[in-house]
Design a protein around this ligand. Structure first.
Ligand code: ADE
Length: 226
């Protein structure tokens, strides 16, 4: 699977994409990510990529021409399953969306800055708008890193234990149950007996109960009966 990411601050994406699971996914050629600096496509001698907004008001808007030039160049090389704009007024990002997007071959992510991008770019090119939550970031880069991470780890072969992604929180609209490792007792707190019993059906039943209980207490909205 391939990601292209358009940004005016490519440095912001360096670290999240080059460590841990995403690094391994790229080393194994299961995932490729190319970050494209919009700045060279900027206009005039200062390579301007943003301008004042029509109608007045605080905050700059990213201009159409540099974005269109870079998007057209990328579209000439690849067919995208989705062209995604990261924006706080987009659809709320969920595990279900990550699962669906993980079936894609090519995704293009556009990171906005300042007040965002000119509306006409959204109309002309963007097929999906994603918000990672109800708060405003200073740019779309961290949101893009979250989208790449959440999708990258779902690709077959990326996570060592193939079943691991299936038991994540949210995969059944349930939070994950508690987990423990050694030692069996720490500061007087014991690991629940059932987890040490070796009784697989009992362990499964306990985990299911714990997941349901945790979800009822913390996220009743996921159960649809809040
Ligand atoms: N850009 C700024 N805020 C954002 C958010 N909450 N989600 C996605 N992109 C953003």
């Amino acid at each position: 699977m391939h990601f292209d990411i358009i940004t005016v601050v490519p440095e912001l994406l360096d670290s999240p994409l080059t460590h841990s699971i995403l690094r391994r996914a790229q080393e194994k050629d299961l995932l490729t990510v190319q970050v494209h600096d919009l700045r060279p496509y900027g206009l005039g001698k200062h390579n301007s990529t943003d301008d004042y907004q029509f109608g007045g008001g605080a905050g700059m808007v990213m201009r159409c021409e540099p974005l269109a030039a870079l998007i057209d160049e990328l579209k000439a090389k690849r067919t995208y399953d989705e062209i995604i704009y990261l924006t706080p007024d987009g659809e709320r990002y969920t595990q279900a969306r990550a699962n669906r997007l993980s079936m894609s071959e090519n995704l293009l992510l556009i990171c906005g800055h300042y007040k965002g991008i000119d509306e006409r770019i959204r109309e002309e090119y963007v097929t999906l708008e994603i918000s990672i939550g109800d708060y405003v970031l200073s740019g779309g880069e961290l949101a893009a890193a979250i989208v790449v991470d959440s999708i990258g780890r779902l690709l077959p072969g990326v996570i060592g234990d193939e079943t691991s992604a299936l038991t994540d929180t949210f995969q059944d609209d349930l939070l994950a149950p508690p987990v423990y490792t050694r030692p069996a007792e720490w500061r007087g707190r014991e690991v629940p007996e059932v987890l040490r019993s070796g009784n697989t059906p009992a362990i499964e039943e306990w985990r299911q109960e714990q997941a349901e209980e945790r979800t009822r207490l913390r996220r009743p909205d996921l159960l649809g009966d809040d």
